[in-house]
Design a protein around this ligand. Structure first.
Ligand code: NIG
Ligand code: FE
Length: 412
């Protein structure tokens, strides 16, 4: 049994005892001063005053002393990304900023379909390489769990290629990837038939293979005018549920409709919500579905932010994720984006940290990560600073010193 004592830290941000839902004040962050973290076999067995922990340490405990003043916080969970892709949409970005509409960008060869074409042209090995590079870029920011969607394949074989690439990339990474099937991202232009026929084809042919190969436990869909309607998605989600898949939804991005479906199906999360009104906010607040804000897409598209303040005040659970993708959210910087959302929506530090740790973990159905407390996985990051407030204050420019996953520093 491997035993480690890490410390002393100026502060450890525990986040223990914060409820899953609703507004949070910074008093609830549970900041432990002059503290240490004791680990056995990758799990936290004690957190407390460092001098006490050191005095009680057994001879076989390895002492790890951080250099200078450092603080420790739970490592981050990015619960919504599209980091499996090929190609580049810088031209879409330039056109959009020059005033082009969605339709004009699509007509110029841009949009989701252009990424589908590049992703289909890429080999599985090329996709694996891209996933590894982007996952490591997130890891250096302190992210140790990353959800990764398919959705740029949009045929049985190409969706399988994407999900197999995510599985292969996992073998080379210390961070955990959580794969999600987003075959319902849009109806591919080369499918002959309507939206419902495409969705039936996917459910009938792809769902059993996903189960057989163990490629994912999660099904996502984009409910929007440019993608699928609530009516079209309902039978698709019924089939997904019959297979035992968890459901998650791209909801209310430009028009409302997705969040009602998400709540009706008991989805783990409803993501985007930039267009949600009081009605959708109330619905989400009364449900167990986690509301996921994607400020990277708001910044990328120059659109409204998710009404995060309203969601929290009404009692919803709020997570924040990067939505990293080549089109709407090319930045891929979680803390920068969360800090921007916090200034726009007036989120407390506690609400920000909860949104990128245990509340985001919950959206992925991970119950024992995202907090620093006894019995939780020893997944934490350290920063060279004496006050955790500097982390959000510096809006992403303060980078972690160490990144610990299951009791091991993976950032070397
Ligand atoms: O989450 N909203 C739909 N899908 C992605 C965008 C994907 C793309 O533009 O390539 C999103 O923002
Ligand atoms: Fe997305």
């Amino acid at each position: 049994m491997q035993k480690k004592l890490i410390g002393p830290f100026k502060q450890v941000l525990s986040l223990a005892d914060i409820p899953l839902k609703g507004a949070i004040s910074d008093q609830q962050l549970h900041v432990i001063p002059e503290s240490g973290i004791r680990i056995e076999d990758g799990k936290i067995v004690e957190i407390g005053t460092y001098s006490d922990l050191k005095a009680a340490a057994t001879a076989d405990t390895v002492l790890i002393v951080p250099e200078g003043d450092q603080v420790a916080v739970p490592s981050y969970v990015d619960c919504h990304t599209h980091i499996a892709f090929a190609g580049n949409r810088a031209n879409d970005f330039a056109l959009r900023n020059a005033g082009a509409t969605y339709l004009e960008i699509a007509q110029a060869g841009g949009g989701i379909w252009s990424t589908v074409q590049h992703t289909r042209e890429a080999s599985e090995a090329e996709l694996v390489k891209g996933i590894i590079e982007r996952a490591n870029f997130l890891m250096a920011q302190g992210v140790t769990t990353i959800e990764v969607k398919s959705g740029y394949g949009l045929s049985i074989l190409e969706e399988l290629k994407m999900l197999r690439a995510i599985k292969e990339a996992q073998k080379e990474l210390s961070v955990t990837l959580i794969p999600t099937c987003l075959a319902a991202h849009m109806k591919p232009r080369d499918f002959e038939g309507d939206n419902s026929a495409y969705l039936s084809m996917v459910a009938d042919n792809l769902f059993p293979l996903l189960k057989e190969e163990g490629l994912t436990t999660r099904i996502d869909a984009f409910i929007e005018q440019s993608a699928f309607s609530a009516e079209e998605i309902t039978p698709y989600f019924e089939k997904a549920r019959a297979y035992g898949f968890d459901i998650t939804v791209h909801a209310d991005q430009f028009t409302t409709s997705g969040s009602a479906v998400a709540v009706a199906f008991g989805a783990r999360s409803a993501d985007h919500l930039e267009a949600s009104t009081e009605q959708e906010v109330a619905l989400l607040a009364q449900s167990d579905t986690i509301a996921v804000a994607l400020p990277g897409a708001s910044v990328g598209l120059g659109c409204a932010f998710t009404p995060a303040r309203q969601l929290l005040d009404q009692g919803a659970s709020l997570a924040i994720a990067t939505d990293w993708n080549p089109g709407s959210a090319p930045m891929g910087q979680l803390m920068a984006q969360a800090s921007i959302l916090a200034t726009a929506q007036k989120l407390s530090n506690a609400e920000l940290f909860a949104a990128i740790t245990f509340r985001a973990a919950h959206a992925l159905n991970l119950r024992d990560s995202g907090r620093l407390a006894v019995g939780e996985q020893a997944d934490f990051i350290t920063y060279k600073t004496d006050n955790y407030q500097n982390i959000t204050y510096l809006q992403g420019s303060l980078q972690p010193e160490q990144v610990w996953k299951n009791g091991t520093n993976i950032f070397t």
